[in-house]
Design a protein around this ligand. Sequence first.
Ligand code: ADP
Ligand code: MG
Length: 574
Amino acid sequence: MPIQLLDPQVISRIAAGEVIERPASVVKELVENSLDAGATQISVEIAGGGLELIRISDNGCGIAASDLEMAFQRHATSKITRFEDMFSLHSLGFRGEALPSIAAVAEVEVTSCQEGNPSGGRLHMRDGKTFKKGALGRSSGTTISAVRLFQSVPARLKFLKSRPTEAAHIAAVISQYALDYPEVKFSLVMDGKASLTTPGNGKLSDAIIQVYGLEVARNMLDIGEQEWNTDAAIKVGGMVSGPVLSRSTSNYISLFVNRRWINSRRLSWAIEEAYHGLLMTGKHPIAIINIEVAPADIDVNIHPTKSEVKFKDESAVYGAVQRAVRQTLVSMTPVSSIAEVAVAPYEATKQPPLFSPHHAGGAGTTSYSKPESSQSEPQRLATPKTTLPALRLLGQIRNSYIVAEGPDGLYLIDQHAAHERILFEKLGAEKILGKLEVQALLSPLSFEVSPAHAGVLAEHLDDLAEMGFLLEAFGANTYLARTVPALLAEKDWKAMLSELLESVGREQSQFMERLMALTACHSAVRFGQTLGEDEMRELLRQLEQVELPNSCPHGRPTLICLTHEQLGKEFKRV
Ligand code: ADP
Ligand code: MG
């Protein structure tokens, strides 16, 4: 075949393929245009998964009637004039490609009017060309509808999923922008039914209520009000789920950079990592993270749909996000209350050992003042709590739970889970300082692994050494242990290593965390182990010191609190 230039229509359809992959891409581009136009109300209506109809109306600045056709020219934009403008960009669009791309694969009608202009214009595009145009009176703003999407590109139609799936993608796009722009009132109507409406009052938590529901909104923690967040070159805001809340996929992590919705596996991972030791394996947080950096510090022109950005200093952003999330969790993670963990307070209080006379210190020596927060809404989550209050030991029940008194009520502590948490943090701190205590074995002990596990072990010898397990290969499936972590010297560390190798999946990055959690688990006091008073008191003191006292490294609660209010209610005193 001779070399020849492609027909302009073919060129524009090929180019459109980059930007418009599915109906949700049309919605995304049009919503972004409405946001760039400064709209405070954006209404979206779709039918048949977006294939029959997509209509978006906004009350933004509008397009001059004389500019309407120009807006559909490839590379026509009002947002930048010079290449350098991209590095001081405050708009979502800049390439001038969305409208022509949409018109290349759908039939498009636009009506628009600029504020203060008595008459607006209308334009009807077919096959990427002007079909009809005219004048029209309407309120200021723009309405764009696209019908017969992809009818002219049957190959593309074949790649689409079912209409409900495409509709779900559209709903996801609107949900993201609703979370990204809480000051904008969004409404989404799908096949005639209202599917999402946000109040547009600027409150992220109200947008969350509409997108994820009240229960989720209630358990979200605000990053924005934290003081570490002020005057940094990288600002991080938004909301993240408290540890009581999780999802089984990471799809509930939303990332926005300078109000642009982006995907970043690395930043998602930064958030997941901030939850280490707080969520059970396989669970993921819900997060809405707003990152603000100087426009010159990001390159937004690296992805056809602008859904990825490149940071000048990605590690700094990673660190800032992780720190902000972690600090929020650490300072705001509340103690589980009895009601939340569904233990009847009555049952808890009737256990006889609770009132056995082994309290230490005598009741008179400690006086507690009632914290203000307990006056109102005692069980409200998100009560800032950096560490535990001082706890006074009362006793142990079933050789498993420690009972203690705190300023706000009665505490029941799962002795194993609490000790696991203490040891987990101790190991973490010692590891960072390189001060991990190691026990050298007088004569090396051999440790056999299955052929399947031998590979995993071989891959992680360095991690294991870092934690105190100095292992040397000794034949194909046998290792010699020269040192073990001091904590495990007296324990069955071989069983622990087998459990570790058994549990390690594909997620390499979790190996260290699992190793630490299992080391903590196998060294901790057991459930059902009788503890002396001094041991229990020591455990309480240590628990008061840890960073995250309220859950074990697997995410289970370490303690529950029965507040004075709850006691009063149970005994009908209030
Ligand atoms: P870009 O957003 O990259 O500039 P588009 O093809 O998406 O390119 O839009 C082309 C131009 O049309 C925009 O620069 C803007 O001036 C105008 N425009 C598009 N949609 C709207 C809207 N909803 N309100 C006001 N102007 C709009
Ligand atoms: Mg655009």
